[in-house]
Design a protein around this ligand. Sequence first.
Ligand code: ADP
Ligand code: ZN
Length: 435
Amino acid sequence: MQNYYQKEIETASREQLRAWQDERLVKTLNHVWNNNEYYRSKMKAQGVEPGDVKSCEDLWKLPFITKDDLREAYPYGLMSMPLSACNKIQSTSGTTGKRVIAFYTQHDMDVWYDMCARAIMAAGGTKEDVVQVCYGYGLFTGGAGLNGGSEKVGSLTLPMSSGNTERQLQFMVDLQTTILCCTPSYASYLAESIIERGIRDQIHLKAGIFGAEAWTEEMRHDIEEKLGLKAYDIYGLTELCGPGVAFECSEQSGMHINEDHFIIETIDPKTGKVLPEGERGEMVFTAITKEAFPLMRYRTKDIAILSRKPCSCGRTFVKMSKILGRSDDMLIIKGVNVFPSQIEQVLLAQGLTSNYQIVVDRQGTTDSIDVLVEMTPELFSDTVGAIHQKEKAVISALKDMLGIMANVSIVEPKSIVRSEGKAVRVIDKRKLYNA
Ligand code: ADP
Ligand code: ZN
């Protein structure tokens, strides 16, 4: 028996979906044109007007929006509703001062929570379930999204937020949690903690909804086995609403994209050309039902493959593969989005060189980040104590910038391996993406 939140929509015919998309695209584009100066100028610069876009066929005519646009238009420049109509803000982790922020009207929140409710029900959730949400609350979208979805389903919703493993486990046992929502790395951590404490037989989990970072099939099997549940992937990003943009069903072979709310394209990240479906490319989303912050052709930098093979769950939404990589250099470390350029900025501000290397690894279930940076000639003549002080200062500055702890080592000049003369900036040993 399949479990749907909005069966008519989730199993609508392709023709029906396409009709919704055409109509909603035109409507939302007009809304953005009329209410958003920033995007209107971008469209004008490209010589396109709303009248040029009559259906999805014409989508390619529109300019892309990128993270750079979000930074440039920060904070209110891409908002398409007056402040008085918006009642929620969420934000990604990111460069301090220039975080990506997203706005929501009540309608936008409703739509977002509906999408998360679809994800929970696709994982077998019902109003009989106890749903423990251990994604972060606050600015992050994870907590709010799954919380809203779970309440819509009518499940008993436990707003735990992240951290405090002891308390998580106590509630999980006492309240007999059946559905766990958190990052896959935290799910692994919880699984190990449960085994360590010998309380596996007191756990009643049947499903887990794990997203916000990349994870492999091996990790899925490991978590499923250790926790005795079915593990489902969920994808999303703050720019589009948060988690719930796409979700896995009983087939566990890719995530259905909510096509009644988004139009998906895949492009060649180098040329920007739209690729035929089935080819690996960067995902570009157009939001067609949002009011406050509807981004048109937003470049996610996330690489995936789309498939329209009919799915045994009955849903007709296109499926995306797991995320296969990124077309930029963004890393997700301990759930935080980190760009090497942010680290470089801190190193330079601390009077160090840009000869550095970032090594990311995962010990057990915890990410670690080591920053190696070559000494400057001045430091070379300093005492060991002075160098140690400098390392501490950099650690503290990185903590302020990124919000996470990094290990910092100042190393001898020319000791960082260079390939073809260029330092290799990032070594990610975690192997998070399926080959
Ligand atoms: P989140 O709260 O989901 O981390 P952010 O907006 O901070 O939201 O980060 C979004 C990015 O996180 C995406 O562009 C993608 O790179 C990554 N991400 C989110 N969900 C997944 C997932 N299920 N698998 C792989 N990467 C994901
Ligand atoms: Zn399916």
